[in-house]
Design a protein around this ligand. Structure first.
Ligand SMILES: C[S@@+](CC[C@H](N)C(=O)[O-])C[C@H]1O[C@@H](n2cnc3c(N)ncnc32)[C@H](O)[C@@H]1O
Length: 246
């Protein structure tokens, strides 16, 4: 079982810095145009996707993990929401070019090869489309051992500073790159009641899971102070073919 399988079995609804409260606050500040076509990438158990759909957006949501998606589908069904869920890998999104008004991502890109992920986000966005990504960033010193341990346990593929992420976004052809929200620490992940959480209770008797819990605590105690997060906001150029820089 890897870290994402564990999150899936836990039924975690908001597995990102700031939790669901931060997501709602962010969406409030963004005031997306009514009925926007939104793609949520790495939707996990679908809590954000459902929130977006409840707010009138036309939502498509993808994730690589089947169990996450099954829980997301059941969540949407219980909430009587019409969301298109698809199992897909960020590196090859099953959508036509320039299809979505908004691509919304929370704590996913760090687990992928960032170049292909950013290229895919940009490809599926309409000209002038909006890209939002909340990701963990490096806020202190990085060592080889730290990188290796975090990558090994969480499956993270890239650990970069906020400045490096901004540069990556520009290199990938996004314009108007800005940081909407940032923190030098991972902060408290708002604990709030998720009425549709499906938690696999047998997890707590599983020794492997208990060991994973202890490793997680150890890693956060050791490296948590050097990790923060940022919400990046960027746009695609109005010109379909352009590789325009900011
Ligand atoms: C930390 S969880 C965040 C889930 C959700 N965005 C949230 O905030 O609760 C990361 C999610 O990204 C998904 N994921 C990781 N790599 C992916 C990839 N290459 N393509 C699609 N989804 C991926 C995982 O399955 C998992 O659901």
């Amino acid at each position: 079982m890897d870290y994402h399988d564990l999150l899936a079995r836990l039924g975690e609804g908001s597995a990102h810095p700031g939790g669901f409260t931060a997501t709602m606050q962010l969406l409030d500040t963004l005031s997306l145009p009514a009925h926007s076509k939104v793609l949520e990438v790495g939707c996990g158990t679908g809590r954000t996707a459902c929130y977006l759909a409840r707010n009138g957006y036309r939502v498509t949501a993808v994730d690589l993990n089947r169990q996450m998606l099954e829980k997301a589908v059941r969540r949407a069904r219980r909430e009587r929401l019409d969301i298109r869920f698809i199992q897909a890998d960020v590196k090859s999104l099953p959508f036509a070019d320039h299809y979505f008004d908004v691509v919304f991502v929370e704590s996913v890109t760090i687990f992928t090869q960032w170049r292909s992920a950013l290229a895919e986000y940009k490809r599926v966005l309409k000209p002038g489309g909006l890209f939002i990504d909340r990701e963990m960033v490096l806020s202190g010193r990085k060592t080889e051992v730290m990188s290796r341990r975090l990558k090994q346990f969480y499956g993270i593929r890239t650990l970069a500073t906020m400045t490096a992420w901004k540069k990556r976004l520009r290199q990938s052809g996004f314009i108007g790159v800005l940081v909407n929200e940032q923190s030098r620490s991972m902060g408290k992940w708002g604990v709030d009641h998720d009425p549709h959480r499906e938690m696999d209770m047998s997890l707590f008797e599983d020794e492997h899971v208990q060991r994973m819990g202890r490793t997680n605590d150890r890693l956060l105690a050791r490296y948590g102070k050097r990790l923060g997060y940022a919400v990046f906001e960027a746009k695609t150029s109005m010109d379909k073919g352009s590789k325009q820089k900011e």
